[in-house]
Design a protein around this ligand. Structure first.
Ligand SMILES: O=P(O)(O)OC[C@H]1O[C@@H](O)[C@H](O)[C@@H](O)[C@@H]1O
Length: 188
């Protein structure tokens, strides 16, 4: 989590919720709340805030924070049967204590944190896809480079887009669920 003078500090906000402060050696910083795994602040090395947060935002669970970079998952807005923008922005995320390292070309002077959202039993009732997520986790690193800009040789970005589309379409059909997951695993 910490490289070349970069700093990572876990503190509490005024509601007692854990938040992570990331600072690079030149002074740029970011603040990420574990409530929603949401980036709430991103400041340049000159101290300029780049993200907007509403003055009316409520930072306390069970409310989602209106501002920063919310994670809208597993649905956007009301395009689905779940709560507005899905439940991910309204859950408490945890810090991955054993994250994969950054790509060597991309690690110099960077402060970073990996956050995880573990679904509760209630979450699994409304979004029963954690098995698929864990299967995909095993093969993502062979499909997408750690710095997410390079794809395996012989594969273009469109292959991944098409595959993702197939997977999402497969969610609608109970029988195709495992089949789609296995398709993805073949890329290992
Ligand atoms: O108000 P929420 O649930 O935080 O959502 C933020 C915004 O999300 C947008 O997608 C909606 O179009 C807005 O109407 C809404 O205000």
């Amino acid at each position: 989590m910490n490289n070349s003078g970069a700093a990572v500090e876990v503190t509490k906000d005024r509601n007692g919720t854990d938040q992570v402060l990331l600072r690079n050696p030149r002074g740029a910083s970011a603040r990420v709340s574990l409530h929603g795994g949401q980036v709430l602040s991103w400041r340049t090395d000159r101290g300029e805030e780049l993200l907007f947060t509403s003055s009316k935002a409520i930072f306390k669970p069970p409310y989602a924070v209106r501002g920063g970079i919310p994670i809208c998952f597993p649905q956007f807005g009301q395009r689905g049967s779940l709560e507005q923008h899905g439940f991910a922005r309204n859950r408490t995320w945890i810090i991955d204590e054993n994250p994969p390292p950054l790509h060597p070309n991309d690690s110099d002077g960077k402060a970073y944190i990996d956050l995880l959202l573990k679904p509760s039993e209630d979450d699994l009732k409304i979004w029963p896809h954690s098995t698929l997520a864990s299967k995909l986790k095993n093969c993502f690193s062979s499909i997408v480079c750690n710095n997410q800009s390079v794809y395996i040789s012989g594969k273009s970005i469109i292959d991944n887009v098409l595959l993702a589309k197939e997977l999402v379409r497969g969610y609608g059909s109970a029988n195709s669920y495992n089949y789609r997951a296995n398709d993805m695993l073949r890329y290992k």
